[in-house]
Design a binder for this molecule. Sequence first.
Ligand SMILES: [Zn+2]
Length: 263
Amino acid sequence: MELIDIGANLTHESFASDFSQVIEDAKNANISHIMLTGTDLETSLAAQALSAANPSMHSSTAGFHPHVASTCDDAAFAEIARLSAGNYVVAVGETGLDYNRNFSSKSDQLTAFERHLELASDVNKPMFLHQREAHEDFYRLLAQYRDKLIGGVVHCFTDNEAALKDYLNLDMYIGVTGWICDERRGLDLQRITPMIPLDRLLIETDAPYLLPRNLGSKPKNRRNEPKYLVSVLEKVAECYQVTPEVIAKATTNNAKRLFNLDF
Ligand SMILES: [Zn+2]
């Protein structure tokens, strides 16, 4: 079995002291490739450097998360554009809209999101997208640019059935995290995930966040890691009522196709 984690924030400080062990543990759990998420200029640069150092194990994204959209000035975005056009960066993002906490103003988020949409169409790479409590604005902009984009993933999908159908109608891929393992807030996601055609499904940990709640023994530090992707895989397989191997094969092929991974 071979698995690809399409979203892990391994440039996060919580991995600073044991990064190589985390990667070893992931390999032992059949994770053959981990995409490193860039969420601002610093993490996008770091993720690209880690990918350049080990391209068979890592590739990266470059962008500004909606939380920090207000810090996405011209100089920083020029660097994101340079990274996105280059090697090892396989998607533009993380970008999108998050009205759940509004750490950046709505208008700053909308401006930054639109710049990333334009960039992705310029460099002809897929998008790595985040949407929380912002479906209407997010969908409107995505639909407006869709013809110019080669594709993308709505990562860490947690919205409802109507939003899911909208994204599938735009032929987007859908990323499912350990949110689906949550026996309380994950119930709706468990119900609607099998509506995602198997050729549009991706799985991810979003480490160090979203530790799956169905783990047998939970780590004391509550840190999520790529090796726990297996728990996401098993829950997703249960929802589709297929074997984990079926989901592993489909999601690995999908990641390779969407992000043009060759390793
Ligand atoms: Zn996200």
